[in-house]
Ligand binder design. Sequence first.
Ligand SMILES: Nc1ncnc2c1ncn2[C@@H]1O[C@H](COP(=O)(O)OP(=O)(O)O)[C@@H](O)[C@H]1O
Ligand SMILES: [Mg+2]
Length: 361
Amino acid sequence: MYMVRVTLRDIYKSFKHKKQAVSVLSGVNLEINEGQFTVILAPSGEGKTTLLRVIAGLERPDKGDVLIDGKNVNDYPPKDRNLAMVFQNYAVYPFLTVYGNIAFPLKVMHVAKDEIDRRVKTVAKMLQVDGLLDRKPTQLSGGQRQRVAIARALVKGTKLLLMDEPLSNLDAQLRTLARAELKQLQKKLGITVVYVTHDQSEAMVLADRVAILHAGKIEEVDDPLSIYRQPLNTWVAGFIGNPPMNLIEGKLVKKRTFAFNKSKIKIPTTVAKRILGNMETAIVGIRPEDIKLGSGDIKGTVTLVEPLGSQTLLHVAVGDTQIKVIAFHTHMIELNRKVSLDLSSNSMVFFDKRTGKTVMG
Ligand SMILES: Nc1ncnc2c1ncn2[C@@H]1O[C@H](COP(=O)(O)OP(=O)(O)O)[C@@H](O)[C@H]1O
Ligand SMILES: [Mg+2]
């Protein structure tokens, strides 16, 4: 079985708005590995759909190259790129049955009738819509319709699947189910999936690799946990995680002491060893779940309590620094209560204040 690798080289794309060029992609470089699930994550309006359309050949970049398996496909129309795309509003044809919908791409290619039948039934079985082949899309649930759209995308035997927020029309429960199915399916088929979403929990769950798109460029590419634990810069740190990392500005006054707001944080030896360079003014990143409540010598006041069920999110003011803390015990913590915090954590990350980049080795 062959697989598909996609290389994006210095992609630029702008659109004209009232005679002014508005830049959307400004130098996107990305290597999409064969057989992997790559998620491109960005807030909405950052150019995710545009980037997918550039890969698909529906949009021509102003500059830069798209390579598929090492071959430059800039001049290839979409139909010659051997890929399939599932759009956000996965338009299944309402007048065709499920069978007709899945068979459609093969009919267009004038594939023989019995071959169509064989392939439709195989792919329908794979996506568990084989019991629904006679139905019309209006007689399906959102999740089933989405599976039909994926079946139709895969029926040609394409090994590269582009997906544009395909789960956003499903309700929360179905979305969780559908993403688990999608992940299993990708692993089973070994196909290359490029999936764009604004939803970071979707990205964390689905991706082998996450590429974060910001201001027209890829900010960071890595596996989800590495991005979560060790974000490359303060922008990523402030974007990933719900709530994201606390970013606290201060000074490294001694090798193992970070001072902010008249408070001091003791830096664990393992962390201190990994700080590179001289960090006179630094930003320290600490995840809300890594802060210990009730011990430690940093005193703060609870300014907001957000119960989340299994845990509680507290906003704590330490001087004029707001710190978010996840408390795992469920007993009620009242507003305005004075609390002690221990911010010393093995997973704290240091950033250079001037560049915003991590200084952890
Ligand atoms: N065909 C187009 N003409 C003009 N502007 C466009 C066009 N397509 C996208 N844009 C603009 O480009 C930006 C990025 O859009 P899009 O790629 O859809 O972002 P995302 O998918 O991340 O939400 C938006 O500001 C959007 O208005
Ligand atoms: Mg979009």
